[in-house]
Ligand binder design. Structure first.
Ligand code: MN
Length: 202
């Protein structure tokens, strides 16, 4: 059976300071992200067992566990690669045009994204995504890892708004964490994801 594995970060644990301390990033990656990888594999194994013994009584619970943990794994995998040590600035190329077309301007997009991030109730994420149905960019605010997700959208840029993502460094100053995020965004990675979404496997 294929299993999920924790990807290495594409940089050292101290690479994103002062946005994220080494201690916070290491905990976030090695403990929190790793727990979602393990949880997804556990849910898959439970479903396999249920099939093998012909017991469907737990498949609903296991499927909810799979959705939560797999979304946690996918979201973090996108989030890590969205960041880099010398990031920031603004996107260029078609991504810049897409943002201007669908949000009015980069500044308007940034305001909307920040407002969604700072207004997450409980645990969640904010996401810039490409919707292939309407061929446009949208922002989503996820509860936990996956609630309020729209099927088929392609994540381009994600920000983790769970307390574990910032509390060690920022305490309750959520807006400071959101503001600092813009200095480490790897727009090349976001643009690559957008290019791929615009021209799927051809
Ligand atoms: Mn997290």
């Amino acid at each position: 059976m294929n299993v999920y594995t924790l990807p290495d970060l594409p940089y050292d644990y101290d690479a994103l300071e002062p946005f994220l301390s080494k201690q916070l990033l290491e905990l976030h990656h090695k403990k929190h992200h790793a727990a979602y990888v393990a949880g997804a594999n556990t849910a898959l194994a439970s479903l396999e067992k249920a099939r093998s013994i012909g017991d469907v009584s737990r498949v609903s619970k296991c499927t909810r566990d799979l959705a939560f943990n797999l979304a946690g794994h996918v979201n973090h995998s996108v989030f890590w690669t969205n960041l880099c040590a010398d990031g920031g600035g603004e996107p260029t190329t078609v991504l810049a045009d897409g943002i201007a077309n669908d949000f009015g301007s980069f500044e308007a997009f940034k305001r909307q994204f920040c407002a969604l991030a700072t207004s997450v109730q409980g645990s969640g994420w904010v996401m810039l995504a490409f919707d292939p149905v309407s061929s446009r960019l949208v922002t989503l605010q996820l509860h936990d890892h996956q609630d309020c997700m729209t099927a088929g959208v392609v994540p381009l840029l994600m920000l983790d708004m769970w307390e574990h993502a910032y509390y060690l460094d920022y305490h309750n100053a959520k807006a400071d964490y959101v503001a600092a995020f813009w200095d480490v965004i790897n727009w090349d990675d976001v643009a690559r994801r957008f290019d791929k979404a615009l021209a799927p496997a051809s």
